[in-house]
Design a protein around this ligand. Structure first.
Ligand SMILES: [Ca+2]
Ligand SMILES: [Ca+2]
Length: 334
């Protein structure tokens, strides 16, 4: 059930993507999508609440930017394009205090156990009375919700910016993450030591970087062929979900995230398995396939790609009459 909901969110985000797609992940070396007309480059942006266990409002995705644009301007534009309300003051002194998270009131909060222990020990959560502070109103995820310390923070390539978003100029290829922190001014998201104001604890999130994995996800989301492959091949789908769960879980280690990303990339690049003999790639081996091979062997047609692989039944590197005969016998069940 949970998987279905996640998949739906992924598909919705994919459908809403603003950037154009280009090429095929599996067939191109440079996988960065093209910059749409009127823009100067692409960056990756995400809006996330991993400490609450509710994953992403905006999945890591490519968005185009204008040269000289500030992260504040970029953020305002993207949130506007998605029709999401937010509170941040004016654009020149942009300080993001709240973002509308549709259906937030219907989603169950699921703080990782190790973090919840800290929240309880430090009076942010009480097992009987619940959260120390109010829960969001009207689905506005705002500073001061749940705990006294909560709020939105932004990281540029996995480092919290030390100035406001209006003072950070967008840079090509960077990954900008808007993250909702609920404890230790970014301690929970592994990007701060809590300014020495919070007791240290064993924190698996400390120092974990997600930017590379986010770029991979952003690339996949701009590739219809990659999404098709994920949805059509159970093995690739499993790799995709394992990868998604690794990046979405706050307590994942760097090794877990990297391994999941590598496995997914490998699954995507190896593509679907070719069914030997199925030259027209319709999933069955029939007389039609054998005839195609015969015609190719006679030089009447040329087979390419998966069709050429499927045609070479005896795996000798050539498409021959022998292959056609083997495939014909297979098709006829003899
Ligand atoms: Ca066939
Ligand atoms: Ca052959």
């Amino acid at each position: 059930m949970k998987l279905c909901k996640k998949l739906l969110a992924i598909l919705l985000t994919a459908a809403l993507l603003l950037t154009v797609s280009s090429g095929v992940l599996a067939k191109t070396e440079s996988r960065t999508p093209e910059v749409p007309d009127g823009y100067d480059g692409l960056v990756v942006i995400s809006v996330e609440a991993l400490p609450l266990g509710i994953d992403y409002l905006l999945l890591p995705q490519y968005v185009p930017y204008h040269a000289g644009e500030s992260v504040a301007q970029l953020t305002a534009r993207v949130l506007d394009e998605y029709g999401l309300n937010y509170e941040a003051g004016d654009i020149d002194s942009f300080y993001l205090t709240a973002i509308e998270w549709p259906y937030l009131s219907d989603v169950s909060i699921n703080v990782p156990d190790y973090l919840m222990e800290q929240l309880i020990e430090n009076y942010c959560y009480d097992e009987e009375d619940g959260w120390d502070q109010d829960e969001p109103v009207d689905n506005m995820l705002a500073a001061g919700c749940y705990t006294y310390y909560s709020g939105w923070m932004i990281a540029d390539n996995d480092v919290l910016t030390d100035v406001g978003a209006s003072e950070v100029t967008v840079e090509e290829g960077h990954v900008y993450r808007w993250m909702y922190s609920i404890y230790g001014y970014g301690m929970d998201i592994g990007m701060s030591d809590g300014w020495g104001m919070f007791p240290p604890f064993e924190n698996p999130a400390m120092g974990v970087e997600r930017s590379e994995a986010y770029i991979l996800l952003a690339e996949i989301l701009t590739e219809p062929d990659a999404m098709d492959l994920i949805l059509s091949d159970p093995d690739v789908y499993d790799c995709y979900m394992a990868f998604y769960n690794a990046i979405a879980y706050l307590g994942s280690t760097q090794e877990e995230i990297d391994a999941a990303a590598d496995a997914l990339l490998e699954a995507l690049l190896s593509g679907p398995e070719v069914l030997m003999g199925d030259v027209d790639l319709d999933g069955d081996i029939t007389v039609t396939d054998a005839l195609l091979v015969l015609r190719a062997a006679m030089g009447l047609i040329e087979l390419e790609g998966d069709a050429a692989i499927a045609a070479d039944w005896d795996d000798d590197g050539n498409t021959s009459v022998t292959d056609a005969l083997f495939i014909l016998r297979e098709a006829m069940g003899i």
